[in-house]
Design a binder for this molecule. Sequence first.
Ligand SMILES: Nc1ncnc2c1ncn2[C@@H]1O[C@H](COP(=O)(O)OP(=O)(O)O)[C@@H](O)[C@H]1O
Ligand SMILES: CC(=O)N[C@@H](CCC(=O)OP(=O)(O)O)C(=O)O
Length: 299
Amino acid sequence: MIKAEKFSDEISKAEVLIEALPYIKKFAGSIAVIKFGGNAMKDPQIKSMIAKDIVLMKYVGLNPVIVHGGGPDINKMLASLNIETKFVNGLRVTDEKVMEIVEMVLVGKVNKEITSLINKIGGKAVGLSGKDANLLLAEKDLSQGDLGYVGKLINVNKEVILNLTEKDYIPVIAPCAIGKDWKTYNVNADIAAGKIASSLKADKFVLLTDVEGILKNKEDEESVISRLSYREAKDLLNSEFITGGMIPKLKCCIQALEGGVKRAHIIDGRIPHALLLEIYTDKGVGTMIAKEVYDNDNL
Ligand SMILES: Nc1ncnc2c1ncn2[C@@H]1O[C@H](COP(=O)(O)OP(=O)(O)O)[C@@H](O)[C@H]1O
Ligand SMILES: CC(=O)N[C@@H](CCC(=O)OP(=O)(O)O)C(=O)O
């Protein structure tokens, strides 16, 4: 170790890269569907860090597919227009007027903001809505009663996504779907991301949100459940621990695993570089849900 002291800072940086090597090897060529939640987008600095993580992932060989929400932006726009909406089990009741605003905000604003942020950092992001090439085909979702134009996805045109990832583009998808009746449908972004992850049989499905993960007790930030098996996740879904926006999140993780996704993660997007920590280090952040969960099982 001649002259090692002289380069000690650089050497420790190189060691960090080497530590990531098993993960880089394991995930090279695979697909990670990342859901960028509206609440994780509130802080511009964090938003920019997430975009950097996504670009880095692409350059080290993992193919990110981004699905975004934008609930808080939709709420703001509706409030400024004095339009009230309510949620039923995490789903926004969507009449024709609300649908118009949802599409305007998600496709016209949020989608383009994320796309240009990634491109500014050096990625090749392409923004899409579910209407482009019939990417997301929906029918009316009646599972929670009649919520208007809330859609349930019945098909994902995965060829569009794969054509883009093969050419090193990063698809950025807004969860507005086209109906079988050619009307526009509002799909919860978590549910859309889960369906897209299943159709691609993604290796990783990561939901970025603004809580530490699934909490046993919502008042206690330390009560994060770090690992859940598929069965435990199903039991938890029917418990009183899970409410509001966490319902579609947990539900879509369960459905993604049923659809062939290997691992689903609900992680805290407010932690700087949470995505890199989750994928390229043995420090899991948030909650991991997998068909089988083993101890010391970080890959
Ligand atoms: N058991 C739970 N653990 C953590 N969060 C929960 C739980 N149950 C309900 N929640 C709520 O779910 C919210 C996350 O969902 P949501 O607000 O829709 O996020 P996003 O905009 O990122 O999709 C949390 O802020 C929290 O209020
Ligand atoms: C049907 C339904 O609820 N659609 C959502 C779509 C956006 C979304 O899911 O955004 P977040 O991920 O930021 O919550 C909505 O209208 O808010």
